[in-house]
Ligand binder design. Structure first.
Ligand SMILES: CC(C)(COP(=O)(O)OP(=O)(O)OC[C@H]1O[C@@H](n2cnc3c(N)ncnc32)[C@H](O)[C@@H]1OP(=O)(O)O)[C@@H](O)C(=O)NCCC(=O)NCCS
Length: 415
């Protein structure tokens, strides 16, 4: 007798070495590192490498990987044209990202047709499952024909690197087009996070801002079998390609139940405006049945560990630059909200979640609210791809069942 779990709640559908989410103890471990340790110290490139290869890179490996990703940042002309059309139609930034991400398939095709001719694109050809480690600079010069050992998925390694590399370019280019500005060429000498901020604003970001963004990107890079990650794994499990898996995952992340609503959390802080109004306004909201954005979580029944990390990052950033008063206000709003939720919703354990400090941190970095979810995708794409590699390695098509509750078989009657 099959049991039905609506929403697959409580079902274990995969083994993973990528992240461990403990909702009772409030712990998130990413590839063996407590999230705080990794997020506050690593560059985003180090985190991507860690997820894809299972260990931190050696200095030389990191440098080569960084350079390889940087060499893949440019947009294909077709992607730019699509983004111009998207901007003319003023569509949502996540839709623009989904449309342009599909053009990464053109790069894999170009790479295959040039096999042996482009060292930069050649470095990531997939082995059995993982992307090939980047070849050292000296060996990159030697011509070599790619020999994918998984003929069914010859582009996995290239696709993965191209996708991670180009996401920030797509988001930044779209944002600028939307605001009547021409996209900026990526700057290969800047790291992944710094270059993203540069392409958005046209200004070289200072070290504090880069550290703030790296911390955010590292914090949200992977989080168990969430809906978009599951989507990517389902698509990969059919033997499809990584670009398809990522385009599907973008679609899943876009939904308001998943991509989150850090925007409304920020709106709430702005609406309160002054610490003296926090208690009265929050009480009114709860009493009228409104949910306080940035509080509560399906898995975490204690404080979301990602909120702590992002709070530290926000505090550091706001201490040196930015609107310190806003940060202080947010702290008061948070403390008041948690206290009132415990009074109005006893036993529910409603604590601060990742969205609250995401909003504060990204706002402090100068990002506008419509960029919050696409920036989440700039990070999570690396986690999705790590899961795609993992799925490839131990694949079994993901194929649950449904219970038929429609009409019993009936005979056809011509109208
Ligand atoms: C995240 C969320 C959907 C998880 O919900 P959940 O685990 O399914 O919890 P439930 O919807 O079953 O809610 C349990 C109770 O707590 C209340 N509750 C949950 N989150 C609340 C919030 N943020 N503000 C006020 N009340 C809340 C519900 O109204 C419900 O109360 P009731 O039992 O008296 O009806 C929910 O906490 C929420 O909507 N939070 C606000 C939105 C948000 O921050 N989303 C980002 C999540 S990362």
């Amino acid at each position: 007798m099959n049991t039905m779990n609506n929403g697959l709640e409580g079902i274990v559908a995969a083994e993973t070495t990528l992240s461990m989410v403990d909702g009772t103890r409030g712990e998130l471990v990413i590839a063996g590192f407590p999230v705080a340790e990794l997020a506050l110290n690593a560059t985003f490139e180090e985190t991507v490498w860690l997820l894809w290869y299972g260990a931190l890179p050696a200095a030389g490996e990191l440098e080569t990987f960084r350079a390889d990703l940087a060499a893949r940042r440019s947009l294909a002309p077709a992607a730019l044209e699509l983004l111009r059309a998207a901007a003319a139609a003023r569509i949502d930034a996540m839709d623009a990202l989904r449309i342009a991400a599909g053009t990464v398939s053109l790069r894999a095709a170009a790479s295959a047709s040039r096999a042996g001719g482009d060292a930069g694109l050649r470095t990531g050809i997939a082995g059995s499952a993982l992307p090939a480690r980047p070849v050292a600079a000296s060996t990159m010069l030697a011509p070599a024909t790619p020999q994918p050992s998984n003929p069914a998925a010859p582009h996995d390694g290239d696709d993965a690197r191209n996708l991670v590399a180009v996401f920030p370019t797509i988001v930044a280019a779209y944002w600028r087009l939307l605001h009547g500005q021409e996209p900026l060429e990526p700057r290969p000498e800047l790291g992944h996070a710094a270059n993203y901020l540069y392409m958005l604003t046209g200004q070289t970001p200072d070290a504090d801002r880069v550290r703030g963004l790296e911390t955010y990107l590292n914090t949200v890079v992977d989080h168990g079998l969430n809906a978009s990650t599951f989507t990517a794994r389902v698509i990969t499990s059919t033997g499809s390609d990584f670009v398809s898996a990522i385009v599907g995952a973008i679609g899943a992340l876009k939904g308001p139940l998943h991509g989150g609503a850090p925007g409304p959390a920020l709106d709430m802080v702005f609406e309160i405006g002054d610490a003296s109004r926090a208690e009265e306004l929050l009480r009114r909201k709860i009493e009228s049945g409104e949910r306080l954005m940035g509080f509560g979580h399906r898995v975490y029944k204690v404080r979301d560990p990602r909120a702590d990390v992002l709070n530290v990052a926000a505090e550091r950033m706001f201490a040196r630059s930015g609107d310190r008063k806003l940060y202080e206000l947010a702290r008061v709003v948070e403390a008041t909200a948690v206290r009132l939720l415990a009074v109005y919703k006893p036993g529910r354990n409603l604590q601060t979640n990742v969205e609250f400090y995401t909003a504060l941190l990204l706002h402090g970095l100068g990002l506008d609210v419509p960029l919050f979810t696409p920036t989440f995708a700039v990070s999570r794409v690396a986690g999705w791809l790590a899961h795609c590699f993992e799925q490839r390695k131990a694949n079994r098509i993901i194929r649950p069942q449904s219970v038929y509750i429609g009409p019993q078989p009936r005979g056809w009657r011509a109208a």
